[in-house]
Design a protein. Structure first.
Length: 336
């Protein structure tokens, strides 16, 4: 059991902020405890994968709760940290986080319960009982998504210190909400389900029924479009983009061109644009029924252009900073 004093310990972030930002961030306890529970559940799910040979829709039956425990754990840990950073509207943010924790718990309990019962939790409306459970899950995730909105709004009104980190956290939250919202596309009935109802409404894959060949453990379809991919990528912008900002801060100690706050901020904007571009490509690809492992020429071309454009933009930003530093150094020598 963790030391309770650690739950309100000072949060140490990289140096170089406009304020020291040794913030007395009090982690949101309900979210933090749920993150810890998800860590324990992750271990249980790994054990289940080893000892339980059952499958569901073509994948090991414990793969779904494993993925959800990891994803919920990351989300709740990040949200607990972000809420702890807030200096204004703390009570509103605390209640929003508590509501999110409660309904994420409802979600994972139903998922694990379905595994124990040997049935599927998502899209299952085969009986009134299963339809009710699926309805509770759908409402729960909508509440979780809605609860994140006030936290995001408060973050936009909070001084987060370093400009690069601020941009990354705010953009990461917006993109994460978009990624979460993409899950609603999976709840729509497919043409085959409309024509031939079999007790399932909604699907992860586009163009074929769920359960066809997929990537190991992840289960993402290797023969058709899969909406779980953009949902996953978008949702975890909340971790990826702030992490990119922190990496830039750490690199600044070794790369002189990144020591200027404005340069790092411009670079993070390029990374954000790249992330959104790739998320758009993945969404269009999934909706088009195309597998992630079999991209067509257009997808490859657009993806290559996005990466090339980002690399070029970053090179220009860093090159411009070097030239500015060179001019300043030359001017200083003349003045001396």
């Amino acid at each position: 059991m963790p030391n309770p004093s650690l739950l309100s310990a000072p949060l140490l972030l990289p140096a170089g902020s406009r304020q020291s930002f040794v913030a007395e961030a009090k982690w949101h306890r309900p979210l933090l405890w749920l993150a810890i529970a998800m860590g324990i559940l992750t271990i249980v799910c790994i054990f289940g994968l080893v000892v339980d040979p059952r499958t569901m829709t073509g994948a090991p039956i414990w793969a779904k709760p494993l993925k959800f425990s990891l994803s919920i754990g990351l989300y709740t840990l990040t949200l607990a940290w972000l809420i702890g950073m807030l200096q204004r509207f703390k009570r509103m943010a605390w209640w929003a986080g508590t509501v999110a924790a409660a309904f994420l718990l409802v979600e994972i309990v139903i998922i694990v319960g379905a595994v124990i019962a040997g049935t599927t939790s998502h899209f299952n409306v085969s009986t009134p009982f299963h339809a009710a459970l699926w309805g509770v899950m759908a409402v729960s995730i909508m509440i979780v998504w809605t609860a994140a909105l006030p936290v995001m709004v408060v973050l936009f009104r909070t001084d987060l210190g370093d400009a690069t980190r601020t941009v990354a956290i705010r953009a990461g939250f917006v993109v994460a909400l978009i990624g979460m919202a993409l899950a609603f596309l999976m709840t729509l009935p497919t043409p085959d389900q409309t024509m031939n109802y079999q007790g399932i409404i909604g699907a992860h894959t586009v163009g074929i029924p769920d359960g066809e060949p997929g990537l190991p453990l992840l289960g993402w379809s290797t023969v058709a479009g899969d909406l779980r991919i953009p949902h996953f990528v978008g949702m975890h912008a909340l971790q990826v983009l702030p992490l990119a900002a922190i990496i830039l801060e750490l690199l600044a100690a070794r790369v002189p061109a990144l020591r200027k706050a404005r340069t790092r901020r411009n670079v993070i904007w390029v990374i954000i644009a790249l992330f959104v571009g790739i998320l758009t490509v993945l969404t269009v690809q999934a909706l088009g029924g195309e597998s992630i492992v079999r991209p067509n020429g257009l997808v490859l071309t657009v993806s290559a252009l996005l990466y090339l454009g980002a690399a070029t933009a970053i090179a220009i930003i860093i090159g411009r900073n070097k030239r500015t530093r060179g001019i300043c150094a030359a001017t200083a020598e003349v003045d001396a």
